[in-house]
Design a protein around this ligand. Structure first.
Ligand code: KIV
Length: 271
């Protein structure tokens, strides 16, 4: 059910209303103008300019190498395309951890240069000072807990997080702390569905899951994964809505065949 399909702009306030009215929030990544335009037109509530751009756009193995300038470039391209969606931009690794003043400077650059609507950062208690300082400038912040890809070298694995009681309790505390600090929503990545649904119940702010089951307030996926452009990444939580890899491959092969056989361009396809 979509109570909010007619609203002109999704805001953090609208997301909050969706949670209170039990309307699930839809969220997808986008990193460029043309794709963002389609995602926005499809009525997706939140577009995440994720640092997953480091993987799917730039081909890096992790999200760590992407820079603030590169994130701003992607975010500005997305912002130029959208009419309705709320656009949240990831603060990249190294631009907010350990120095809340730098966190604020980075967030301001994203808001000013890309004209984004909100920022997202990973972590709980370790980043609370940064969250507080960014919020003090009136910039909405989304949290991200559970599997946090910017810390992949610390964990050494992409397996499900917070299966053990101690880690689960720490995660609940972090979620409550992010809410108390003023985050407008949080993402929970790759944690047990029961734990995610418990956190969504405990929190008043929207909880959006990726690999966190159906008991949360919304779902996010990386667009390139759900469209089947990426092939090598296939965790259990990923539903593929298309096999775009195959479609693009087929189109490229047909083009090549037509060029080689001199079938393209034909007499109508020229001046
Ligand atoms: O960068 C990203 O795409 C993300 C999602 C996985 C939530 O943070």
């Amino acid at each position: 059910m979509s109570l909010h399909k007619d609203i002109k702009r999704v805001t953090t306030h609208v997301l909050q209303e969706m949670k209170s009215q039990n309307e699930k929030i839809s969220m997808l990544t986008a990193y460029d103008f043309s794709i963002a335009k389609i995602v926005d037109q499809a009525g997706i509530d939140v577009i995440l300019v994720g640092d997953s751009a480091s993987n799917v756009m730039a081909g890096h193995e992790t999200t760590l190498p992407i820079t603030l300038d590169q994130m701003i470039y992607h975010a500005a391209s997305v912002i130029r395309a959208i009419n309705r969606s709320l656009v949240v931009v990831d603060l990249p690794f190294g631009n907010y951890q350990g120095d809340s003043r730098e966190a604020l400077r980075s967030a301001i650059r994203i808001m000013k240069e890309a004209e984004a609507h909100a920022v997202k950062l990973e972590g709980g208690r370790q980043v609370v000072e940064s969250v507080e300082r960014i919020l003090s400038a009136g910039i909405p912040v989304m949290g991200h807990l559970g599997l946090t890809p910017q810390s992949i070298y610390k964990f050494g694995t992409y397996t499900v997080r917070a299966r053990e009681e101690e880690e689960a309790n720490a995660l609940i505390e972090d979620a409550l702390l992010l809410q108390k600090t003023g985050c407008f929503a949080i993402i929970l990545e790759k944690i047990p569905a029961k734990l995610a649904s418990l956190i969504a119940e405990k929190l008043d702010i929207p909880v959006i899951g990726i690999g966190a089951g159906g008991g949360v307030d919304g779902q996010v996926l990386v667009l390139h994964d759900m469209l089947g452009i990426t092939q090598e990444f296939s965790p259990r939580f990923l539903r593929r809505y298309h096999n775009l890899h195959q479609e693009i491959y087929n189109a490229c092969s047909s083009f090549k065949k037509d060029v080689k056989s001199e079938d393209f361009p034909n007499s109508k396809e020229q001046y």
